[in-house]
Design a binder for this molecule. Structure first.
Ligand SMILES: C[S@@+](CC[C@H](N)C(=O)[O-])C[C@H]1O[C@@H](n2cnc3c(N)ncnc32)[C@H](O)[C@@H]1O
Length: 282
């Protein structure tokens, strides 16, 4: 029951004027997630498993010192800001869906190039951190945050008839699914022996096989950007396409002298295939 008594109104007024000393602009203070995870200013305060990321914190978020927050998964899985900006430039459109938004690395970049961002994650903590970080960057009003399972979302969306008023147009889907935890990058036996690094296979993608994830997403839009490990098996990526003549463009993402990942652009996002951008989905 809501208490509308004059005493309560007075109390609410006092609360509204309460001092706020958190990191967000005052108008966004309801999104302050500082209680969820620490903001680290010293490497030594971090759990050992994530300490190696501390020197790179400004590559992850250039506004890190303004109060950006990451949980442990966020530290090792966020897309570094310059790479996120590059992907967002390639995905410039009206409505982009960030299917696995994590702590917001890509969603924040999309908010600067797209009219509207739909950001999904099934972790309530990471979704709250993403919203907090978007508020640090001043773009929180351009992003709709949805707590949920992308696979269920995509299946329900695909079942809606294209004429249904509930089927909101989504121009681009961006996929940065979990790659299988920090283990995904462990060198295989052959590399440890000085041989080639074993390829990363799409069956290691979670929460479903990477091929199924792609096919589900293509029922939403032909325009899919798929962020994958640098050692992904590119023959498998090419084999995702069954349409004659359609090609995938693979962009290498470098940070300094390190190749960190690849982004695979499908449909109208691939250079020379712009005419596919508004094509019907299957
Ligand atoms: C690689 S991280 C995404 C990082 C993000 N691109 C960023 O820059 O911060 C993958 C995210 O997918 C989320 N996730 C895992 N399974 C999911 C599912 N079924 N639906 C939605 N999100 C999921 C995890 O909680 C995690 O935050």
């Amino acid at each position: 029951m809501v208490d509308y008594s004059p005493a309560s109104r007075k109390r609410r007024k006092l609360d509204d004027g309460a001092p706020y000393e958190g990191p967000l602009p005052r108008k966004y203070r309801q999104w302050d997630a500082s209680a969820l995870v620490p903001h680290y200013n010293h490497k030594g305060d971090m759990p050992p498993s994530i300490q190696k990321w501390f020197p790179r914190r400004h590559q992850l978020f250039s506004l890190y010192d303004s109060g950006c927050l990451l949980d442990e998964v966020g530290w090792f899985s966020i897309t570094p800001e310059k790479i996120a900006d590059q992907i967002a430039e390639r995905c410039r459109c009206d409505v982009v869906l960030d299917a696995f938004c994590g702590v917001g690395g890509n969603a924040i970049a999309f908010a600067r190039t797209c009219e509207r961002v739909i950001a999904i994650d099934n972790s309530p903590v990471r979704l709250a951190l993403a919203r907090h970080n978007a508020a640090v960057y001043g773009v929180v009003d351009r992003i709709e945050f949805i707590l949920g399972d992308y696979i269920s979302f995509a299946r329900s969306y695909a079942q809606l008839a294209s004429s249904s008023s509930k089927r909101r147009k989504i121009d681009v889907v961006f996929l940065s699914p979990p790659w299988g935890g920090p283990e995904y990058n462990k060198p295989g036996d052959s590399e440890a022996e000085g041989g080639e690094r074993a390829a990363y296979h799409l069956d290691a993608v979670t929460p479903v096989h990477g091929k199924e994830l792609f096919e589900l997403s293509r029922r939403i839009t032909p325009n899919v950007a798929y962020y994958l490990p640098r050692h992904v098996d590119l023959a498998e990526v090419g084999a995702l396409l069954d349409k004659e003549g359609e090609t995938v463009e693979v962009e290498e993402e470098w940070m300094g002298n390190r190749l960190t990942a690849v982004t695979c652009y499908f449909g109208g996002l691939a250079e020379g295939q712009e005419q596919l951008f508004d094509a019907e989905t299957v």
